[in-house]
Design a protein around this ligand. Structure first.
Ligand code: KG4
Ligand code: ZN
Length: 353
């Protein structure tokens, strides 16, 4: 079964065609991040206008990639269903994808499958699985870490989720983004900028022991709650005092980046270990933009693989950040089409619905 998926929840416009939930025939992503760099963050109105400009060319391109064909007749006969992200996300952006999908569903007479963006992130772990790369086994302990969310859930089976908990305030991606701003290294999408400086710090001082001067809130609580706003305040205060003493220099930025990354990844890794002990899952799945963080991957691999008999899944970086391939995969395994008239954008959709 070939599913055409459309993803426009934030600042990426993406379309993918995926066979049987695992084989990516085409996956095209256009981003308006350059425009948001100029404004120091996402301006929803600008993101939505860009979505409108890109959505049809991106869909056309994905058909060309998937089937090496330009004919519209062939196009519609090559897909069996359409999937679309309906939430959560920015309303203006979501509407572009949802309205496009509704029109195509009506015109082409194809089933339309609404998809929750957050649970869909996890399905990046089903892409490219098969005989050689076995798919995750259930129950799966999952962590979704993105710019807007830090959430833990258990997937008991496809279509059967248990929500464990999430952040009380900032998401961990937001913590990367806001502290990167305080360090003046990125106005937007701070995670990669922090990760780069952290690596540079390690390269500079390879034998240096971690200093751990930033807080790791809720790291030892026996619940699946997180809190990252205190980290932002701690970084703010440190930066301020260094600036006062004229010590805020390139090396300080690299050291802080290293410490920020350590603080965030320590908390995430500890909560995963707590989940493993409590639920004895067969797999652990990480997903969302922050899952592209190599240090998080290293820590989890070390802690999980050495101590626990559990399959560990983390998608390649290109499938961690927003793209439509995982939307298609999620739709395949959670295939609940609705008449196009009943599919609508819902920016505040919960993680499980
Ligand atoms: O899932 P995503 O692409 O968009 C949302 O749905 O939010 O996630 C974007 C988030 C941003 O906060 C960005 O800073 C973070 O993912 N991110 C990273 C890395 N790459 C992206 N955080 C840490 N390390 C990375 N390498
Ligand atoms: Zn996302």
């Amino acid at each position: 079964m070939n599913i055409l998926a459309i993803e426009t929840s934030c600042d990426e416009t993406s379309a993918a065609i995926v066979k049987n939930g695992t084989e990516i025939l085409g996956n095209v992503v256009a981003t308006s991040s350059d425009l948001h760099l100029k404004t120091g963050g996402i301006v929803p109105e600008i993101a939505a206008r860009e979505q409108l400009r890109c959505v049809l060319p991106v869909i056309k391109e994905v058909f060309q990639k998937a089937f090496k064909s330009r004919g519209s007749e062939i196009v519609k006969n090559n897909i069996d269903a359409i999937a679309v992200t309906t939430g959560p996300g920015l309303i203006g952006s979501l509407l572009i994808g949802v309205e496009t999908a509704r029109v195509l569903s009506y015109l082409w007479n194809k089933p339309l499958i609404p998809v929750n963006h957050l649970t869909a992130h996890l399905y990046a772990n089903w892409l490219n699985t098969g005989k050689k790369n076995p798919a995750p086994k259930f129950p799966a302990l999952c962590l979704v870490v993105s710019g807007g969310h830090t959430e833990m859930i258990i997937i008991k089976n496809h279509n059967n989720y248990l929500y464990l908990g999430g952040t009380r305030d900032d998401a961990c991606g937001e913590a990367f983004d806001k502290t990167a701003r305080l360090l003046q290294i990125a106005q937007y999408n701070g995670g990669p900028a922090i990760a780069k400086r952290a690596q540079e710090y390690l390269d500079y001082l390879p034998s240096q022991k971690p200093i751990s001067f930033f807080p790791r809130p809720m790291i030892n609580t026996k619940t699946f709650e997180f809190s990252f706003s205190g980290l932002k305040t701690a970084v703010f205060n440190k930066v301020l005092s260094l600036k006062k003493d004229h010590l805020f220099n390139d090396l300080a930025v690299k050291k802080f980046s290293y410490e920020i990354q350590e603080a965030i990844t320590d908390v995430l890794a500890n909560k995963i270990l707590l989940g493993i002990e409590k639920f004895q899952p067969k797999s652990v799945l990480i997903a969302g933009g922050v899952a592209a963080n190599q240090r998080l991957k290293e820590k989890l691999e070390l802690k999980i693989k050495t101590k626990h008999e559990v399959g560990f899944f983390i998608p390649p970086p290109s499938l961690c950040t927003d793209n439509a391939a995982y939307i298609a995969s999620c739709a395949f395994f959670n295939n609940h089409p609705l008449p196009w008239q009943k599919v609508s954008a819902n920016p505040a959709r919960e993680i499980i619905d």
